[in-house]
Write a protein that binds this ligand. Structure first.
Ligand SMILES: [Zn+2]
Length: 261
């Protein structure tokens, strides 16, 4: 799990805040306990994998990143956002797996060392952080959620916690690329109307979607200009899970957290 390059430490001018660093990691298929189509580092409880294997994989993320806790979401392709002030805790009889935060596609927190994660296998994981305010967020932006405005919603929740769009650093993670993501022409038109800039043409010349292009344009409209993109395409990169390529498969995670050390 190589650490993605993040911003340098920032100290808030004159305040009492301690310097904080925004950390970000995107997992791959390698290094986990899952077998079969989930080989091997599947982090989703919602795809039919053995929950004990997923629990082991999630525990490895927490351990290796030195987190106090890690929140995953039960994602529903919507635009609702959870604000977390503590890590979800495992209930008895669940094998030590904390429940996913239900039915949201984005999460924000201002608690140091509390990791927030989104899962994806072609959809765009978006990680956001304001190192001065000490606020991080993660959003799952697939075709439906991106068009529904999940990005606007997560930026609004971060702003409510003191973040400023002009200070936000964004990372768009691995996703299906605009050369691979073929859709019917009417769908391309519909999504491009809701998320301008997302229309693309595939390598075979058919209608396609480049959600990361549309999301980048939307971030700019929201005042977020510092946007990095992990250019990997989930369909083209065998080290990543891709639902469009493989059908039944696992999910990788994009994780961000505040590191006060
Ligand atoms: Zn591609």
């Amino acid at each position: 799990m190589p650490d993605s390059p993040g911003p340098a430490p920032v100290r808030a001018g004159g305040g009492t805040r301690r310097p904080v660093r925004i950390r970000r990691v995107v997992t791959t298929r390698a290094g986990g306990r899952s077998g079969g189509p989930f080989t091997s580092f599947n982090l989703s409880l919602g795809v039919g994998d053995d929950p004990a294997a997923v629990a082991g994989n999630r525990a490895r993320v927490v351990r290796e990143l030195g987190l106090s806790g890690l929140a995953f979401l039960r994602q529903v392709h919507g635009r609702d956002v959870a604000v977390l002030r503590e890590a979800p805790r495992a209930r008895s009889g669940t094998g030590g797996v904390a429940p996913d935060v239900a039915d949201v596609d984005a999460v924000v927190t201002d608690v140091p060392l509390l990791g927030v994660a989104v899962l994806a296998a072609d959809c765009v994981p978006v990680l956001l952080g304001d190192p001065v305010a000490g606020v991080v967020g993660a959003a799952h932006a697939g075709r439906v959620g991106a068009a529904a405005g999940v990005l606007d919603a997560v930026v609004a929740e971060m702003t409510a916690l003191g973040a400023e769009p002009g200070r936000l650093e964004a990372l768009l993670g691995p996703a299906v690329c605009g050369r691979c993501y073929e859709v019917p022409p009417a769908m391309r038109a519909e999504v491009d109307a809701a998320l301008p800039g997302s229309a693309s043409t595939t390598r075979t010349g058919t209608a396609g979607l480049d959600l990361r292009a549309g999301l980048t344009r939307r971030l700019a409209a929201l005042g977020v200009s510092r946007v990095g993109t992990d250019p990997r395409c989930t369909i083209e990169d065998p080290d990543l899970f891709s639902h469009r390529r493989d059908g039944r498969c696992g999910r990788q995670a994009a994780v961000t957290w505040l590191d006060p050390r």
